[in-house]
Design a protein around this ligand. Structure first.
Ligand code: GLU
Length: 446
């Protein structure tokens, strides 16, 4: 395999799809060496097949807003790869959603899901619907209209959507209600991230953030460091940021920053229960601003227009959106003494940022390993649904611990370089790739 040849071909077929091309390039560069040691992969054209989604559904979503105006959005579901199990991945509602974004996310999801140890293929969906400023009734009508188109293409053993940016428990509830009405199927396992009274799993809301911190703990332990007493800067203030802030605080770190599109909140005294609860209120308000946090808690300061990466910290945790931490941000963090960065958002760092961290030799781990606890716990939710029972929080949490530990071990196995530096990007990509590639190979040319 020649990465340049495959990338040139992909660019020709998908011009301008920058996030998608970025995600593929990163994986291909990581796996090139290993791939070339496996002529059977080359012969079966595994890479050429793996970089293209199995299929894409594109649909129109029309709904009526509170003023009685008719609104039309675009909806998508990308079923990327089913080599190791039914399609699985979240749904994103954000004004910037387009096929490139969802293809990058579906591609990442395929490898991430492979890392979880559970049998789940990769998928992603979403819409350019912008939840900011929408009423609860508008959100409900939109979710219902979205599911009206999607229901026929999903199922507990076919494709299992979940939440992502802009889609949380409330949206999953509205979509699930409509799914049942249309499908006349009462399988709770068709969606994950459900409410606790109707098939949801304990710990699922916390799982992405908690899992990320378990991964970070392993990464630090391996490097002879501890999170206790460390300062942590987090971007975002939604569900993922909340879970990460909660667990980081519990483990003895000081969460000194959270942020939003409007700026950063400098929070020198760290989090407490009231502050953590307020993060959830802020997300549910649909205003997409973080400034009110500093109005409510006077020991915190809001700095408009600044990112979380302008705050001096030991550990940086991007928890918001792709490419939210660029090369300049990485340089600023390094100058301020940051010694660990872990992507909790999908592809949170640009390639320049990753290179900056790795060249400086600091600890860095990619989203597909760090944030895999979210989808892994979705997998555990599917298992509970299939068995028609629910596990205790302690049971789910202990399984999540085990999964994050094994993902870390896989990264170390495939990512340790001759000089001892652990390249977690390479480790995660190779480990995920080997599993999916082997499954594809054994299933023939399909
Ligand atoms: N959207 C999350 C992710 O990026 C969770 C997906 C899921 O639970 O299916 O992994």
């Amino acid at each position: 395999m020649k990465v340049q040849t495959i990338m040139a071909d992909l660019e020709r077929k998908h011009p301008g799809e920058s996030e998608y091309l970025q995600a593929v390039q990163e994986v291909l560069e990581s796996i090139e060496e290993v791939y070339n040691q496996h002529p059977e992969f080359e012969k079966a054209k595994i890479v050429e097949r793996m970089v293209e989604p199995d299929r894409i559904f594109t649909f129109r979503v029309t709904w009526v807003d509170d003023n009685g105006e008719i609104q039309t959005n675009l909806g998508y579901r990308i079923q990327f790869n089913s080599a190791i199990g039914p399609y699985k991945g979240g749904i994103r509602f954000h004004k910037a959603v387009n096929p490139s974004m969802l293809k990058f996310l579906g591609f990442e999801q395929t490898f991430k899901n492979a890392l979880t140890t559970l049998p789940m293929g990769g998928a992603k969906g979403g819409s350019d619907f912008d939840p900011v400023g929408k009423s609860d009734a508008e959100i409900m009508r939109f979710c219902q209209a979205f599911m009206w188109e999607l229901w026929n293409n999903i199922g507990p053993d076919t494709d299992v959507p979940a939440g992502d940016v802009g889609v949380g428990g409330r949206e999953i509830g509205y979509m699930y209600g409509m799914y049942k009405k249309l499908a006349r199927e009462y399988n709770t396992g068709v969606l994950t991230g459900k409410g606790m009274t109707w098939g949801g799993s304990l710990i699922r809301p916390e799982a992405t953030g908690f899992g990320a911190l378990y991964f970070v703990e392993h990464m630090l332990a391996k490097a002879g460091k501890s999170i206790k007493g460390a300062t942590v800067a987090i971007s975002g203030f939604g569900n993922v940021a909340w879970g990460a802030a909660t667990k980081a605080t519990e483990l003895g770190a000081t969460v000194i920053a959270i942020s939003g599109p409007d700026g950063v909140v400098y929070n020198p005294n760290g989090m407490n229960q009231q502050k953590l609860d307020y993060m959830l209120e802020l997300r549910a308000s649909n205003r997409n601003i973080v400034a009110p946090f500093a109005e409510k808690f006077t020991d915190a300061t809001f700095i408009p227009g600044k990112k979380a990466w302008s705050i001096k910290c030991d550990i940086a945790l991007p928890c918001a959106f792709q490419n939210e931490l660029n090369g300049d941000d990485a340089a600023e963090l390094l100058a301020n003494g940051t010694w660990c960065a872990a992507e909790v958002s999908n592809m949170g760092c640009t390639p320049e940022a990753i290179a900056t961290f790795q060249n400086a030799g600091i600890l860095f781990a990619p989203g597909k390993a760090v944030n895999a606890g979210g989808v892994a716990t979705s997998g555990l939710e599917m298992t509970q649904n299939a068995m028609h029972l629910s596990w205790s929080a302690a049971e789910v949490d202990s399984k999540l611990h085990y999964i994050m530990e094994s993902i870390h071990a896989a990264c170390v196995k495939y990512g340790t370089q001759p000089d001892g530096y652990i390249n977690y990007v390479k480790g995660a990509n190779i480990a995920g790739f080997m599993k999916v590639a082997q499954a594809m190979l054994e299933q023939g040319i399909v």
